[in-house]
Design a protein around this ligand. Sequence first.
Ligand code: HEC
Length: 178
Amino acid sequence: MKNKSIKVSSILKSRWAKPAKLSAMTLLCGTILFSCSSGETETAAVSEEPGLAHESTTTEVAVADDGKGIGPVKTVEVGPGIEEALAAEGQTLFEGKCSACHQLSDQKVVGPGLAGVTENRKPEWVMNMIINPEEMTKKDPIAKKLLAEHLTQMTNQNVNEQDARAILEFLRQNDQSI
Ligand code: HEC
């Protein structure tokens, strides 16, 4: 048995050795060819980059300025009072999808306590954070800061817009009852 396994591995070695050398050669040749023939294209690509980066920074700042966050929710109507049935629906969703990481007080668990969140943020921002947390923590200045503080990425809980609206109503109810 021992002998056999040694044989197999030495065959494998000799079989692998050649293609590895070959592909290294091909790569080398390819690199040389590429850098000779495409000098012009490369320069063009490099000079375009700063412009692109600048453009996207400007867009991010503009989005951040309206305080609505980044995501599908552009405008939300909220009444002065609480829609009780909607808030109750939101409570059920919250308990199933959010309460492992969030308290309704100001106490942090994994994520920040959510007391006062509907007073400190726009309703659109709260909904976009619920629906689109990964992009929010990358691009929205407030969400970025929160991630830096809490050091855990909020998970995408697959909440659709309608359910996010219900959760928002529940969080508004929570804030009005404090
Ligand atoms: C795995 C833990 C986790 C789950 C589950 C989670 N969150 Fe979060 N949440 C966080 C963390 C952590 C942050 C801070 C931002 C970050 O680090 O990603 C956050 C931030 C937030 C914020 C912003 C708070 C503020 O102070 O502005 C809101 C609102 C929020 N979450 C709501 C929810 C809702 C609603 C759910 C359920 C649908 C939910 N989260 C599910 C961890 C979680």
